[in-house]
Design a protein around this ligand. Sequence first.
Ligand SMILES: Nc1ncnc2c1ncn2[C@@H]1O[C@H](COP(=O)(O)OP(=O)(O)OP(=O)(O)O)[C@@H](O)[C@H]1O
Ligand SMILES: [Mg+2]
Length: 408
Amino acid sequence: MALRIVATRPYPDLLTLPWQLPLEDWGADLLVALPQGISRHVVRLVRAGQDLYAVKETRPRMAFREYGTLRDLRRLGLPVVEPVGVVEGRTTDGGDELEPALVTRHLRFSLPYRSVFAHGLRAESLPRVIDALAVLLVRVHLTGFFWGDVSLSNVLFRRSAGEFAAYLVDAETGNLYPKLSEGQRSEDIEILRLNIFGECLDLQAAELLHESIDPEMVVDDIVARYDRLWHEVTYEQEIARPAARHDIEGRIRRLNELGFDVAEVAMSTVDGGYRVRPKVVDAGYHTRRLLRLTGLDAEENQARQLLNDLDTYRAESDLSDEQQAAHRWLTEVFEPVVRAVPANLRRKLEPQEIFTQIIQHKWLLSERAGRDVGMAPAVQSYLTDVLVKKPDEQAVLGVEVSSLAGGV
Ligand SMILES: Nc1ncnc2c1ncn2[C@@H]1O[C@H](COP(=O)(O)OP(=O)(O)OP(=O)(O)O)[C@@H](O)[C@H]1O
Ligand SMILES: [Mg+2]
């Protein structure tokens, strides 16, 4: 059989690779020295042309199966490595058959979780790293994918533009279903527990795990965060109903309060309901995103609340374009609310802070009413019941001037 490359599009550079040699014998000139997880198969990171690829030698049926699965998962919008193709019909110069190879594009700036743990990750940094993994697994499960082999080597960690994301790298054992049963989800979680606990113990034995990290705690933490996130993201999900702003807002708030540094909750109308998609982000992320989208400068907490409102608005109005939604939110929501504050009251607080306080106030009123009370009544009530009572200096400094006397 002649060498054949099954791929989504032509990759001429791949033809230059020495497919007639077993992967193990490929020369150092082709290989790229980047961290790799532990694997049963021979896997090599190689350079071909301008690009880096991961090449995995595997049995024929497995190669095509994994290639197909990765393509399906990408089509469904999940963060997984990009499948490039399968190379088959490999023979040595002596005429011996070689196993086919699955080729994926190397995910730039990524590290296998195993390397993240092995290189001095300390307990303080653990939550965000774990949250990214929990978010990935929730998304994978929501899509109906049973993974079957969650491990520190099968997940890649990537930090980019203030976001922390986990990517699925090894789909060999997985299966896509229309929907996962509770049993399938808990089986995946059990596998995760076994794998990750074992891997952490190995790292610990090799003195690669930071002493502040306890393997049992790591596993319990991942599972606890996964469970809470799963609940918050899925409950009532299938309920069809018209836009329920208060519900979306509540869900976003709870996600924030869960201690997940989860933000930018993207929502889309699914079966008439809402689906929230959390992200894990770095400090300062909200400030930067708000500035980029609206030109408003705000401190991190304010920015997060403003963005939550923007995202809710975007979900409600079914606008897919983020920039367009931001512009409309600014002109149709933010600016009118700020303008509604009489000039003499406006100097008490800066516009971002006024708006943040108004959405907070609206939330309290809506909680009491059990429904979304709407912006106009909330603004009115805020002006008459809250803002007028704030002395200027308290509003500006956030504290009474007298309390500063001794301390400054
Ligand atoms: N596209 C890619 N981008 C970055 N790294 C990759 C990519 N593909 C594979 N790797 C690296 O190679 C390692 C092994 O790949 P993979 O998990 O697919 O092999 P495997 O033999 O199927 O593993 P297992 O033993 O879990 O079955 C991964 O842990 C990862 O570090
Ligand atoms: Mg693997």
